[in-house]
Design a protein around this ligand. Structure first.
Ligand SMILES: Nc1nc2c(ncn2[C@@H]2O[C@H](COP(=O)(O)OP(=O)(O)OP(=O)(O)O)[C@@H](O)[C@H]2O)c(=O)[nH]1
Length: 599
């Protein structure tokens, strides 16, 4: 197919759980991409972990052929995008490949902050945004109210918004018809030299690096020699094709189309996302504007429970970065935990996912330290350094000024819950920037310390608003703040891996909460365990885990062999996620106690 007027490239943007993936599955079904049997729930979420958690992590593209009511067959290329705030950058990437976007809004829930943010990104990138009201099968659906909300909150015309139920299938064909008329076809010149944008690259164990590209001009086929503009390297194209949604090779990819290229590249750094491809015969083709590089927002130390696993751990991380360009790591050594890695993540969800993948796919037992954001420190010598590890904070006498990262947070909340959301923002040291009443919802804009936001703010926000408030935020600036390091001592020994950077005004309070929480999380041992919190050498809180009484240990001796074995196994299992620090065994939970103290 080479008639550009018969191609539509679009993304689906929506808040989590508003039904993107379900709608995508319906499209596939209507266009006959898969048989009923292959139509296993949520085909697009192909990673096991994605399916289990019911969230979309990686962007996927699907090419479908739809015969419309006008009798013509259209090529629909759609890209599914993740909805969670941690993966926001994937959204803008996907949008760069499209001329339009469907804004899917749950007709029972209404507009949420994430959809607003993504919608603005789409509009900024010049896309045609087409609103779709989903879940109209639900009795509590209020399509008219939600239409009005789309107009007042986002500011786009929603009078003709198509209503559908992705679950039952009602109205889904109308969505396809509407998108053919609303979303413009791509522009491009098939006869011009190849110019293609890499939207995504990932590592496949069998195929090597697979790159998803949008061809702007020209064409590419198997056997071509492709030039990666940023690296200057050329590679022989092994195959090109589309996902329909199965991996399907095609003769070529042409201007206006979206598909994959496999060219024997060994790791994703060889085909960087946002890069431009051309043919080796036309090296002068200009580069397309790429994407903003993503920077990790949260850092944590990860340490193998058994030091023998260190090399395996390194290998596993190297393999994961083949897949996940956002993941960054460097070796870290801790007096308490030995050798490990300091890893940068996009957010807490990203961190959980990586930790889970390391444990499941690579069979590693790891201890994670409390996550932290990056602080900007000006030394007395006038040097600016970035600290992503509290234990590496210079001595206070060397510090001229400390600055913490501030985010601009957009919160959408129904009026009824406004009060509790504001209370929460104040508790988190937020400064109000703006408040706009939009129908039944209120949009509040706060500047908040990132440190307070990344840890548990999202969960707290959900709970104080009974699930109704939604959040979108992005880094704004570094701002001077009174920050101190809070050290934790176990039986008098400072444990570097437990140190935190906190605000001075609530440092003592945080210290008390932390030692109390840790007392509950550290199991009783054969001796008393003293837990202390200190600021600059001064103890601000203390609690004690009392020793076990002797007769409890008596069980370990005598008795029959099988019982003894069971006991040993139990001990071993219990040891799994524990780390010996000095003479004290500390479980994983205690390292993350700070995440649990705020409530
Ligand atoms: N009643 C009803 N439920 C729906 C409809 N569409 C989707 N759902 C349900 O809503 C939930 C979320 O749907 P998904 O398609 O996974 O949502 P998503 O937006 O893709 O979520 P992420 O992939 O995490 O961003 C699922 O339990 C679906 O079964 C609908 O039209 N009606």
């Amino acid at each position: 197919m080479s008639d550009l007027s018969l191609i539509r490239n679009f993304s689906i943007i929506a808040h989590i759980d508003h039904g993107k993936s379900t709608l995508a599955d319906r499209f596939i079904q209507i266009c006959g991409g898969l048989t009923e049997r292959e139509m296993e729930a949520q085909v697009l979420d192909s990673m096991d972990l994605e399916r289990e958690r019911g969230i979309t992590i990686k962007a996927h593209s699907v090419t479908l052929y739809y015969t419309a009511k006008d009798g013509k067959t259209y090529q629909l290329n759609f890209i599914d995008t993740p909805g969670h705030v941690d993966f926001h950058y994937e959204v803008s990437r996907s949008l760069a490949a499209c001329e339009g976007a469907l804004l899917v809004v749950d007709a029972a829930q209404g507009v949420e902050a994430q959809s607003v943010a993504n919608c603005y990104t789409a509009i900024e990138q010049g896309l045609e945004v087409m609103p779709v009201l989903n879940k109209i099968d639900l009795p509590q659906a209020e399509p008219e109210r939600v239409k009005a909300e789309i107009e007042s909150v986002i500011g786009i015309d929603a009078t003709d918004a198509v209503a559908c139920s992705a679950k039952s299938g009602i109205g889904v064909e109308d969505v396809l018809e509407a998108l053919i008329h609303t979303i413009p076809s791509p522009e491009g010149d098939i006869e011009a030299p190849l110019q293609a944008l890499i939207i995504d690259s990932w590592f496949d164990n069998y195929l090597g690096v697979v790159s998803l590209v949008r061809v702007k001009h020209g064409r590419i086929k198997k056997g071509d020699k492709v030039l990666v503009k940023s690296t200057g390297k050329t590679h022989l194209v092994d195959s090109v094709g589309v996902f329909n949604p199965k991996h399907t090779e095609t003769a070529d990819l042409k201007a206006g189309e979206v598909g994959f290229i496999i060219a024997g590249i060994k790791d994703i750094h060889g085909a960087p996302v946002g890069d431009t491809l051309t043919l080796s015969t036309t090296p002068d083709v200009s580069s397309l504007p790429g994407f903003q590089k993503v920077k990790p927002q949260v850092y944590a130390g990860l340490f193998p429970v058994s030091s023998d696993d260190f090399e395996d751990f390194r290998e596993a991380l190297q393999k994961l970065t083949l897949n996940d360009a956002a993941l960054q790591f460097e070796p870290e050594s801790s007096e308490a935990l030995g050798f490990g890695f300091r890893i940068g993540f996009l957010g807490m969800l990203h961190m959980e996912i990586i930790q889970e993948r390391l444990e499941r796919e690579y069979d590693l037992d790891l201890i994670t330290t409390a996550p932290t954001v990056v602080f900007e420190v000006v030394t007395k010598g006038g040097e600016i350094i970035y600290v992503d590890n509290p234990s590496l904070l210079p001595d206070p006498s060397m510090i001229e000024e400390m600055r913490e990262p501030i985010v601009r947070a957009n919160i959408l909340v129904p009026q009824d819950h406004l009060g509790s959301v504001i209370t929460l923002c104040i508790e988190k040291r937020g400064v109000q920037h703006d408040m706009i009443f939009l129908g039944t919802q209120v949009q509040v804009v706060y500047d908040l310390p990132m440190n307070e936001v990344v840890l548990d703010f999202f969960d707290r926000l959900k709970s104080v608003s009974r699930g109704y408030a939604s959040l979108d935020y992005s880094f704004d600036r570094f701002q001077p703040a009174k920050l101190v390091r809070l050290d934790v001592l176990i039986n008098g020994e400072k444990v570097d891996a437990l140190a935190l950077i906190v605000h001075r005004d609530n440092a003592a309070f945080k210290g008390r909460q932390l030692v109390e929480k840790m007392k509950d999380l550290i199991p009783r041992q054969m001796f008393d365990v003293a837990i202390q919190a200190a600021i600059g050498g001064q103890i601000v809180a203390r609690s004690t885990v009392k020793a076990l009484r002797k007769n409890v240990l008596a069980k370990c001796y005598g008795g029959d062999a099988s019982r003894k074995k069971k006991l040993l196994e139990k001990q071993k299992a219990g040891k799994k996620r524990m780390k010996q620090v000095g003479s004290v065994e500390i479980p994983q939970d205690a390292f993350l106690a700070v995440l649990k103290v705020d409530n």
